[in-house]
Design a protein around this ligand. Structure first.
Ligand SMILES: [Ca+2]
Ligand SMILES: [Ca+2]
Length: 99
């Protein structure tokens, strides 16, 4: 049985990733997240590094989304997100990252 604190933390993470705040993590949120990661590294938009980093992030996020989106509607709901991590998502996330 997962602790309430862990569920609350996951729900908070979910809302942090739902950048346009429409209650689902969709492709537009993933693009924004990938762009943000590039900005954090200080890569200029349009530069080769920016493109490479953006593509790598999108590959990862899209792969993750396929695992988390259990009803296959292309968007991640809070329930899908929380259940994924409660069901041992760390291991799955690691296996996606492994080349
Ligand atoms: Ca959203
Ligand atoms: Ca879904």
């Amino acid at each position: 049985m997962a602790s309430e604190a862990r569920k609350r933390k996951l729900a908070k993470d979910f809302h942090a990733a739902d950048l346009n705040d429409d209650g689902k993590i969709g492709p537009e949120d993933l693009e924004q997240l990938a762009r943000r990661a590039c900005e954090e590294f200080g890569y200029a938009a349009g530069s080769a590094q920016h493109r490479a980093m953006y593509d790598a992030n999108m590959d990862y996020l899209t792969a993750m989304q396929k695992h988390v989106d259990t009803d296959g509607d292309g968007r991640i709901s809070e329930d899908e997100y929380v259940n994924f991590w409660l069901a041992g998502g760390e291991d799955e996330a690691r296996s996606i990252l492994r080349p």
